[in-house]
Write a protein that binds this ligand. Structure first.
Ligand SMILES: NC(=O)c1ccc[n+]([C@@H]2O[C@H](COP(=O)([O-])OP(=O)(O)OC[C@H]3O[C@@H](n4cnc5c(N)ncnc54)[C@H](O)[C@@H]3O)[C@@H](O)[C@H]2O)c1
Length: 356
């Protein structure tokens, strides 16, 4: 097992290992205390892992209550959030009690936001069960639900008390969803670590503990410097401005990881064409995306993506900050006016591969 300490407004440990679910009770009592646990999970993860986690919690002396919602992004709504708050009230959850998010990024974001706001904040444990949630969403404290107007439009920064990444749970993950999370691993390689990017040339499964831990360290190092996302943390948004536009335009039928993969490829292609990085940066990125079976182009018109960028949370007045690769392992932040961003996105989407 590997343990990584995150020093933010709250200091907490992220444990990475096999078989950790069976020790959830011990880990939760030692970090959170309390008497009652509200276990938040979706219907698929419930059928696979809720009983194991609850057994361990009961053995540690907790009373457990379950809140289960239909799996998928369409559940990350204010309606589900309010139902969860009502369930917490019915369970008489007090400030010293605990919310556990058991599942993927949707569960983590939803349960995290409820934990942040119920009684102005209760204890929170993240038990991520997807690659994306392990390497990205469970660490760093961003929580949110979607509004009709856009993704993650209502949320809070709220750090967990402990994170348990049991990579044995990834064995039941459908290949498609496994691959989806790999887009965030590729992102970490491009923005911060050429060494991690190189590791992606070989199969990940035999080295899951190392790969997950390395990704968490990369995210930790960035979040510790900029917890509230006003500066360097924006590097983690590489590919996300366009990615969010793709998700929204597709009515969320294109998953987060695939949308980010396309967003990274378009951004990198535009950066190369604008002379900000070498062509090799783009070709290496696309080579890796292809190897993972991730997409790198879209039929969605540039105008729709630009419209979504206008609604993006990262916009400040008429300026939007984009993450541009300089080379694999190093990215920089660049401020665009909305007109400049439009030209930039079009540069990344125009089919002018032969014009170099
Ligand atoms: N808070 C953050 O910092 C942050 C960062 C990145 C993404 N996100 C958010 O994360 C969400 C996407 O997360 P996700 O891709 O994990 O989606 P998800 O939570 O919907 O999980 C994907 C699917 O996998 C199933 N599943 C989960 N674990 C399983 C397992 N071990 N075995 C079998 N099936 C399993 C779920 O039931 C679901 O159907 C988006 O809402 C995105 O906005 C948040």
């Amino acid at each position: 097992m590997r343990s990584i300490t995150v020093n933010t407004s709250k200091t907490y440990n992220v444990h990475v290992g096999g078989g950790l679910l069976s020790f959830a009770g011990e880990r939760v009592t030692e970090t959170c205390g309390g008497e009652t646990v509200m276990l938040v999970t979706d219907d698929i993860v419930e059928s696979l892992y809720a009983e194991d986690v609850e057994q361990s919690l009961r053995a540690a002396g907790y009373t457990t209550v379950r809140f289960v919602f239909p799996n998928g992004e369409q559940s990350k709504t204010t309606e589900t959030y309010v139902s969860l708050l009502n369930a917490m009230t019915r369970a008489n959850l007090s400030r010293s009690d605990v919310v556990i998010a058991l599942g993927g990024g949707v569960t983590g974001d939803l349960a995290g936001f409820a934990a942040a706001t119920y009684l102005r904040g209760v204890k929170l444990v993240q038990i991520p069960t997807t690659v994306l949630a392990m390497v990205d969403s469970s660490v760093g404290g961003k929580t949110a639900v979607n509004l009709t107007a856009g993704k993650n439009q209502a949320g809070a920064f709220y750090q967990p008390d402990v994170v348990l990444c049991d990579y044995d749970t990834l064995r039941t993950l459908p290949q498609e969803i496994f691959i989806d999370g790999c887009a965030e691993i590729i992102k970490h390689g491009v923005i911060q670590s050429a060494e991690l990017f190189e590791l992606l040339e070989k199969p990940l499964e035999p080295r899951m503990e190392d790969i997950i831990a390395r990704n968490i360290e990369i995210k930790r190092d960035i979040v510790e410097k900029d917890e509230r996302d006003t500066g360097i943390r924006q590097l983690l948004n590489f590919g996300h401005t366009i990615g969010h536009g793709i998700e929204k335009h597709s009515g969320y039928s294109i998953s987060h990881g695939k949308a980010v993969a396309i967003g990274m490829a378009i951004t990198c292609r535009a950066a190369w064409r604008a002379g900000k990085c070498d062509k090799s940066c783009y070709t290496e990125l696309v080579g890796t995306l292809k190897r993972f079976g991730l997409p790198y182009t879209t039929e969605i018109p540039a105008e729709s993506l630009i419209e979504a960028a206008y609604l993006d949370k990262k916009r400040s007045g008429q300026v939007i900050t984009e993450v541009l690769p300089e080379r694999i392992g190093n990215c920089v932040l660049h401020n665009f006016s909305l007109d400049e961003l439009e030209a930039f996105i079009k540069l990344g989407m125009e089919d002018t591969d032969n014009r170099t």
